[in-house]
Design a protein. Structure first.
Length: 384
């Protein structure tokens, strides 16, 4: 079974592999934003959105927020991904190559850190991470390590999402420098805006600090809880709460144990996965947004917080200094350093105001239109 659209063969045709965006999280937002920007910037090019999957076919793909333009087309194939990908990778069966061959693509771009094995066309892959990541389970290690590494080796061009990511890539894969390009993500959508003066908070509103993202090791939730415990100890009169907005992950149990061990059950709340409609409001009313990841290739929550007029605290690691610039506070990834930064932001109104103003300016420096133009330049460089 398949879902396919066929169009005029005389136009340039770019395939976009989007299977990584069929879940929730950063890949989904990235694919939606870069696809919409590309298709708007290049109406003369036909873009084919390709995914091969089984569960939830075809709705998991069609639920993506992709604008219905005349140059947007879908190639959705109902095949068991967990069978097809290993067969292609370990035995070279070329299943995905056969699925794509009838469309005579000029170029295939893997948007989510993997690239199918294809022949006879140019290839690009966007790499969102590199370095030591704690992937667990056979499938995760195959998909995120083996397949990722093989994709890196076969791509004609690799787009890194930050200078930091490119540096980590070059440590792992010593490939020629001309194979790489850097294209930063764009800024958040218009829903992420500061609170209006007339917006009323609930009568029982209590100020809160916000951490956005899955409760996983890379997001350092236990570090955040330890820092918050130290903050509460140093600021016993503070009514601030700590909210985690994101689905449970491999640190969910440890994070909850840390909350209980610190006696913070009434001050820390795990909200779970948050709808796209609700998350902007959470940002708007946060006292501060915490971004303590030490492996972040880019940081969507930083720009979302900036655009929402909220101050940001990040750690001085990975791509956070590159994304935050001078518009937020950077600290060491220790409970003591993060706790001290929390106290500075919530207790110093002048500092909070300065960070808020600087953040709004910083957010405007990142544009999906600019990201699209740089991505198109990579395509044209390969195809010229």
């Amino acid at each position: 079974m398949e879902y396919t659209e066929v169009v005029d063969c005389s136009r340039m045709k770019i395939g976009l592999e989007i299977s990584g965006a069929l879940g929730v999280g950063g890949y989904r937002r990235y694919v939606e934003d870069i696809v919409n920007a590309l298709t708007e910037a290049a109406p003369e090019i036909d873009f084919y959105l390709y995914a091969a999957f089984w569960g939830g076919f075809p709705d998991r793909a069609k639920s993506l927020n992709i604008h219905p333009r005349s140059n947007v087309h879908w190639i959705l194939k109902r095949v068991p991904q967990r069978l097809v990908l290993p067969l292609d990778e370990y035995f070279g069966l070329g299943i995905q190559n056969a699925l794509l061959r009838p469309y005579n693509l000029d170029l295939l771009h893997g948007l989510c850190s993997i690239l199918p094995q294809v022949t006879g066309i140019k290839t690009v892959m966007t790499m969102h991470y590199a370095g030591e990541w704690p992937f667990r389970g056979l499938w995760n290690r195959f998909y995120n390590v083996r397949l990722n590494s093989a994709s890196m080796e076969r791509a004609d061009r690799v787009i890194a999402i930050s200078d930091y990511t490119l540096g980590e890539i070059r440590k792992t894969w010593p490939l020629p420098g001309e194979r790489f390009a850097i294209v930063h993500h764009g800024g958040p959508s218009v829903e992420f805006r500061p609170a209006e003066p007339e917006e009323k908070k609930p009568q029982d509103f209590k100020p809160y600090m916000l951490s956005v993202g899955a409760i996983k090791v890379p997001k350092n939730p236990v570090l955040v809880i330890k820092a918050f415990a130290a903050f509460k100890k140093n600021n016993p009169e503070s009514a601030h709460r700590l909210l985690f907005a994101g689905p449970d992950g491999d640190q969910a149990v440890a994070a909850r144990e840390e909350v209980r061990g610190s006696g913070l059950e009434k001050s820390v709340e795990f909200l779970g996965a948050i709808s796209s409609e609700r998350i902007p409001e959470l940002y708007r009313h946060a006292a501060v947004v915490l971004c303590p990841s030490t492996t972040e290739g880019f940081a969507f929550p930083v720009l979302e917080a900036f655009a929402s007029g909220r101050p940001v605290i990040g750690v001085n690691r990975a791509a956070l200094p590159e994304t935050i610039g001078d518009a937020g506070l950077l600290c060491e990834p220790t409970p003591e350093s993060l706790s001290e930064a929390m106290g500075k932001v919530v207790n110093d109104e002048d500092l909070c105001s300065r960070l808020t103003a600087a953040g709004r300016i910083r957010a405007k420096e990142f544009s999906w239109a600019n990201a699209a133009q740089k991505t198109l330049a990579v395509y044209k460089g390969l195809l010229s």
